[in-house]
Write a protein that binds this ligand. Sequence first.
Ligand code: XIL
Length: 317
Amino acid sequence: PGRLRDLAQAAGVKIGSAVRAAPLNPDPAVGDEDYRDWAREQLSTLTAENELKWDHVEPARGRFNFAAADTIVQFAHETEQTVRGHTLVWHSALPAWVSALSGDQLEAALQTHITSTVSHFGSDVAIWDVVNEPLNDSGSLRSGGSQGFWKDRLGEDYIDESFRWAHAANPTARLYLNEYGIESDSPKARGLYELVKGLLARGVPIHGIGFQTHKLETSRLSGLADSLRRFADLGLEVAITELGVKLLTPAGGDSLGRQADVYGWVTAACLAVPRCVSVTAWGFTDRYSWIPAPGAATMLTDQYVPKPAYYRVRDVL
Ligand code: XIL
């Protein structure tokens, strides 16, 4: 039985996970050797779970701090893994100084943020989630409250501009829009489809759609391959960017088996669509996960013991 990354390569995709800088740290006093070994051996693409978000890279205006993200990018470089840069424009994880801006000042700050961040990494980060979660479940752009921050303050144009600025900072990077709730033919998926058609018609440099795919053990996913294909048919890449499958609590019956089913269906859907380039899990061990036990959404226990989901993904690859 091979390593996931070798099996994925043979299948023409990359396999990855969100990772955290602390356990990846090469200093054994800080890092976690088991975490480093597993990531190195099994994965071919990494995503910084939080370290590239705006509140991390520019907590105060003009004070950039890329140290934690650099740890991840350096590890990936040594391990011949690609990095998905996550994420440049999101209504969440904004530092307070940005939330206080509006109008030209906000637009200038956004341009500087995108340009500085993309330029800092150059070819080491060749894929970016430029815009994250722009839509309501109804398929319209988010507006109102803190979630409507970008559209309400800059107008719907902010999406076009963000992609253009990212492209100017790294013309060879693959630029993605990343979203959740688009894994079937939902109103949100339709809204996104229309949005993306508009972007393409205006010549906006967008190259891919990221499907987050945070799911539950009871999720079904029968429409996923079709949804991936619809966006791929626009000439775009697609990717599974944040796969996790939360267990119901208290766990009943064959919870881990159902979790494995969902991991397997998602992986198979990506393999069924030629333009689907990667499957990234949102964490690979419950030891470092935004959904630790009892939800336990990853493929390995907090002791790094593979669950049925790991073996299922391996079998599907
Ligand atoms: C989550 C991280 O996993 C958490 O550690 C953090 O506290 C909040 O953000 N969609 C996304 C990710 O695009 O950036 C989110 O990550 C999970 C949902």
